[in-house]
Design a protein around this ligand. Sequence first.
Ligand SMILES: *Cc1c(COP(=O)(O)O)cnc(C)c1O
Length: 497
Amino acid sequence: MIDENRVEAGALSATGVSAEHVLAEIRRLRDADRPTHGGRLFAYVYDPAVPGLDELTAAAHRESAHVNGLDPTAFPSLLAMENALVAAAGRVLGAGPGTTAPDVVGSVTSGGTESLILAVKTARDAHPEIAEPRIVVPSSAHAAFAKATHYLRVALDVVPVSPETLRPDPAAMAAAIRPETVLVACSAPSYAHGVVDPVAQIAAAAAEAGVRCHVDACFGGWTLPYLRRLGEPVPAFDFAVPGVTSISVDLHKYAYAPKGVSVLLHRDATLRAAQYFAYADWPGYTMINPVIASTRSGGPIAAAYATVRHLGDDGYLRLAGVTRDAVAGLADAVRAVDGLRLMAEPESTVVCFTATEGGPDLFVLVDELTARGWHTQPQLSYAGLPASVHLTVTAAVAPRVAEFGPDLTDAVAAAQAAGPVRLPAELAALAGALTPDALTPELVAGLAAGLGMGGEPDGAPLPERMAVVNTLLDAAPPELRERLLVEFVGLLQRPTW
Ligand SMILES: *Cc1c(COP(=O)(O)O)cnc(C)c1O
């Protein structure tokens, strides 16, 4: 008999499928993804290429996947691992017994964005008397600060970075501090260009004004200290700097842990107090959450713990050396090609380049590199800064460096031969003239179709070559870019009934 009430759609099959079947399915889906290993993907993934590490972290994840971080008294294993990770991060970042920051405390979060949202929330909630709180950030600060202020109804004061140094002027940061400012933030380094902000001067200005200073070391917090030990000229950016009140560092970046783990540190427990949320005014369990999530899987925390324990200080020092050499090799490859120039001399683990006058169209170049198996990250032009190509470099890239130079030369020649993207006239006109409010769903659907996006319901939703999309976005002002991206991703996110 057929059950009329049977529910069945998408992942929910009628009878359930075998373990082998569903794993095969996942592997088949994964074939469309960019390669997470092999050192040819310069964004999104952080690969130390350490044999056995994936197996170890998968096993560690399995041990703790069903453990719930909601209640540290029920699952002390998670509390122990979290406290050990916080101590490790503190030690890497100049805190702990015998340092000038012996009282540092912290939490494990799900990622850099959560760490930054919590840093902003904590600064805001420490000043309930300020009705309209604000924060000051350089324009190079990670977009997650904008997200934090948006979520938390905090005003965002953005100080431009110099087009030459890609850093903010500390005096301008100081001048932007107002009576309502609850936090000043800077990066070590910035994600886009990999440059370290003048942390000491910014923190001093914040301290002078009695305002907290957060150092976003999500990207570089686990590499800069090791690069310094290897003799690189890394400026002071951590808890050794007076005035720095909190620091974030992502373990799922250069601590090489699987995704879902970052650490937010505060100089002392008093500064952390406003981070907690407790609630006893309901009939259920009394809730006390240090972070945004309530139920939290122990999996990512156990995997991060296993990674840090396994690699150890020596391992991270070795990986930093390998990565530094890869960065130097890639930067040399860029310098050797006519038509390209580095946006900044590498001072961390980012190589970022742009085109010179008469150089290739960067968005075409990115596609040419993709066609040669190199996955780079295009960055749109912004406020006087040219469009650029971003490479996040990890240890896994090292064995590939020698192959990159010739392919880059080749790709530049191909991009020069192809010439710049010429947007269809009606698209260019739209991008220049449209205001976000004028974007109707029909218009967006037309645009998407014109760009080759979202065509077939179950087919490849993205065009093979992204240069046209990037050129269109590049021609649009930021508000329109945002709106277009929201609409496009909205088209991609549709249930597969
Ligand atoms: C990656 C990054 C973030 C955001 O981290 P997620 O883990 O992606 O949420 C914030 N700041 C900097 C500097 C980063 O590199």
